[in-house]
Design a protein around this ligand. Structure first.
Ligand code: SF4
Length: 362
């Protein structure tokens, strides 16, 4: 399995918590950006069969839809593309409509990832989001009408005034349309307006313990509703696991194109420059060939997030005998970890403590 990621760094405005490579008020750079993207894709020295394409951002639905079509056809002209390829586009409810959705469908996009985040209008406003609850459902109905069957809704956990009952209500309303949920905990990143708002007491976020408790209850609720938890933050109906993300966690090859985009090919990682200027000049923000130690760390960090777990033999291949780790044995005794053949898996009850488990195993 191999994938392609295309980064679209444009947003209509900047959300208060956002630390991604995305820029508001720069849509006039679209034309030049897409020219550079095309050039970058066509000059890639790699060729492989593409199983998934992910157009992410930023807000891909905010740019002229014809640029998205051009990029997909450039990818198809350069790479062999699996006829069952999964093509995802990230979108925000305020920059989607029926016409655009039908257009995406006509150019081969078969998966939508919609940044819902919350169904509470006041919260959305405080986060700097430009949409409201009514727009979410309008767009979800239109997406169904346009023939989209595979729809992810992104939700944020750990928001101000959050309650488990409200989260449950959100899932109940959205599950009529969604086949997949990504539930991420709100992170207060340095140098974001949110950080300043929290420091000034303008936003009062719930304590971590409360958020983890809500997350635990929510994971159970989602599973009861038929959404299988295949990764710490990701839940899918049968047949709707996101192949592209699974590729990342399984450390399969992928190429990233666009500003700040990351690539992983043949045990090498690199990322493009993080500003328009650096990207246009072809600069990299980093480039490294992984050592065996780094490979082991990645296998554990990424594998422990997923239901599929990690293969002991893979660790051994890079010189790490996990049987010699005392914490590993303790976790097995405490049923934090369990074995399925050669696979080490984390007990889903302990997903909330996965960072600690990962740290000890490494
Ligand atoms: S829409 Fe997404 S990428 Fe854009 S500013 Fe908001 S969080 Fe960041």
């Amino acid at each position: 399995m191999s994938g392609i990621y295309v980064h679209i760094p444009f947003c209509e405005s900047k959300c208060v918590y956002c630390a991604f490579s995305s820029f508001a008020g720069q849509l006039d750079k679209q034309q030049g950006y897409f020219e550079k993207l095309k050039e970058e894709i066509l000059s890639s020295k790699f060729t492989f069969k593409v199983d998934s394409i992910f157009i992410g951002g930023g807000t891909p639905s905010a740019v002229d839809k014809n640029f998205i079509a051009e990029i997909l056809s450039v990818i198809k002209s350069k790479f062999e593309v699996n006829e069952k390829v999964e093509i995802t586009i990230e979108a925000n409810p305020n920059s989607l409509d029926r016409k655009k959705l039908e257009f995406y469908k006509s150019i081969g996009v078969n998966r939508l990832s919609i940044g819902v985040q919350s169904l509470e209008n006041k919260t959305l406003k405080k986060l700097g989001r430009l949409h409201n609850k009514a727009q979410v459902f309008k767009v979800l109905k239109e997406a169904k009408g346009a023939g989209f069957k595979n729809i992810n809704c992104d939700l944020l956990l750990g928001l101000e005034n959050e309650s488990y009952n409200f989260l449950k209500k959100e899932i109940n309303l959205l599950k009529k349309y969604a086949t997949h949920f990504s539930c991420y905990m709100l992170q207060v990143e340095d140098d974001t307006p949110l950080k300043r708002m929290v420091l000034k007491g303008l936003v009062k976020l719930p304590p971590d313990e409360k958020t983890i408790e809500n997350y635990r209850k929510l994971t159970k609720f989602l599973q009861k509703k038929g959404f299988f938890q295949y990764e710490i933050s990701n839940f899918a109906k049968k047949g709707y696991v996101c192949q592209h993300n699974l590729n990342y966690w399984k450390r399969k090859n992928y190429l990233g194109f666009g500003l700040g985009a990351h690539s992983f090919m043949e045990e090498k990682r690199w990322a493009n420059g993080l500003s328009f200027d650096k990207y246009f000049k072809g600069e990299k923000s980093f480039e490294e060939t992984l050592t065996d130690r780094q490979k082991v760390e990645e296998i554990i960090m990424l594998g422990m997030r997923c239901y599929e777990g990690i293969d002991k033999r893979e660790l051994l291949r890079y010189g790490y005998n996990i049987e010699e780790n005392a914490d590993y044995k303790k976790f097995l005794e405490q049923k934090v970890l369990f074995l399925e053949g050669d696979k080490i898996k984390i007990n889903p009850k302990f997903y909330g403590a996965s960072n600690l488990v990962i740290e000890r195993l490494i």
